[in-house]
Each structure stands twice: as C-alpha cells, then as structure tokens.
Design a protein around this ligand. Structure first.
Ligand code: SF4
Ligand code: FES
Length: 234
C-alpha cells in the first residue's frame, strides 16, 4: 500500500523511493521545474522546483517523499522566489523570444508565463558566445543555455557519446562540445540522438525547420505549462 504526504494540503500518495516531484507529477499536481526530466536522474541545478518541507526549503526533484511530510509549493512566497530565479535565467542569457524559433515550445518561456513574470528586473549580462553552425543538421546557440545539463545527461547516459559537457566554474560555467575543435560538426552527433530532443530552451535547433508551427498551435499555446496530465512532468 502506498504512503502519503500532503502538498498544499492535498493528500499525495507515493511509492517508497519516489521524490516529491515524481509523486506530485504522478498525482497530476504541477511543480515548476526546468532541469528535471522524468527519463533522467535529477540534477538539482535550476532550483525552480523548490518547495517547503515542514517549513524548510528543499529541491523537490531530489528530496525523497516521506510519510507525513507537510509540503508547500504553490504559495505566494515560493512563487515569488521562482519568479526571481526565472528572471535571473533570462538576464544571464540572450532570451529574445520574439526572434527565437523555440518560442511557444520553450519550457523557460512557458514557466515565466506560468509564474506571471512581467519583466526581467535585473541587469542583462548580454553574453556574446559564438553560434556553432558547423553541423549539417543542427545549430547551437549557446547564448540561450540555462545549464540544465539535460543534453549532457542524454548524450552520456542514452546516446553513449559524451558530445556535451559543462565547463568552467561559477558564473563562467558554460556548455561545451567535446571535440578538439569544440565544434559540433566534428562529433558523431546526429539528429536521431536523444540529446537532440531534450533541450528545454532554444539552444539545440534543427536547421531548415524554423517557425514551422503557426502561432496558436505551438506546444504551450495549446496547453500552458502546468496543465499537463499525470506522468508528463516535462
Ligand atoms: S543546451 Fe539545452 S539541454 Fe543542454 S544544458 Fe543548455 S539548456 Fe540544457
Ligand atoms: S527541477 Fe529541481 S532543481 Fe531543477
């Protein structure tokens, strides 16, 4: 028999070993998240999934559910912090959604809408990282990377290729391509790779396929993030 905890007062059943985020997702309750993907081990970097457990903050993607926990998620205080984190991600990169091919299909943008983010609030960093167009099928715009490491995990754990890695420390951390030239075109990356489909933002883009879906029919036009059904946490 499954055990239970409460999430914003609602009883949530879980199986031993499940995290708070997994149990909430299975119950159809949305907790904002960016670096969590149900097919990969949690990474715990974006902190969007932060909740309060018995009054203390923790990442719900890494925190195991325990019987009797009292978890708070959808509160004004926690959502204000999530909005601030989202604003930080926006100013750290160049997220010019009006000209981004991922607009409407982007998890960062959809999360900002979900949280009611109206502006970026902080000073912009305006990174100036070179675009990598060396691959015949794929373009990389590193200026939109939120360092979620999903492509790193997908390439390493599913594709067995290690095409991507995070390099540097602190604010200098950035995504790199594991080739002596640093160029995607000099790796064995293909469009069939899992890593080609996991980026939640507009870094890894298919060439010659931009703006194919009319506005109004893009993923988050049809169903805003958080309107997902149980078991579809990304
Ligand atoms: S390229 Fe995309 S998937 Fe990879 S770390 Fe950056 S945001 Fe995440
Ligand atoms: S989803 Fe939990 S820290 Fe990113």
């Amino acid at each position: 028999m499954s055990q239970t905890f409460t999430l914003d007062g609602k009883t949530i059943a879980f199986e031993p070993g499940q995290t708070i985020l997994q149990a909430a997702d299975a119950a159809g309750v949305f907790i904002p998240h960016l670096c969590y993907h149900p097919e990969f081990k949690p990474h715990g970097s974006c902190k969007l999934c932060t909740v309060k457990v018995n009054g203390r903050q923790t990442a719900s993607c890494t925190m195991r559910a325990m019987p009797g926990m009292a978890v708070e998620s959808d509160t004004e205080e926690i959502n204000a912090e999530r909005r601030a984190l989202t604003q930080m991600l926006f100013v750290e990169g160049n997220h010019y959604c009006p000209s981004c091919e991922k607009s409407g299909n982007c998890q960062l943008q959809a999360t900002a809408y979900h949280l009611g983010m109206m502006s970026t609030h902080y000073d912009h960093f305006f990174p100036n990282r070179a675009v990598d167009a060396s691959h015949p099928e794929v373009l990389l715009d590193f200026n939109r990377c939120i360092l979620c490491s999903l492509c790193v995990r997908a390439s390493r754990d599913v594709d067995g290729k290690n095409v991507f890695a995070l390099s540097g420390r602190g604010i200098d951390t950035h995504l790199i391509v594991n080739a002596s030239s640093g160029r995607l075109g000099d790796t064995d990356f293909t469009l069939a790779d899992k890593a080609a489909e996991v980026c939640p933002v507009g870094v890894i883009l298919k060439k010659r396929q931009g703006f194919a879906v009319p506005i109004g029919e893009r993923t988050y036009d049809k169903a805003p993030i958080g309107a997902t059904t149980a078991g579809e946490a990304c």
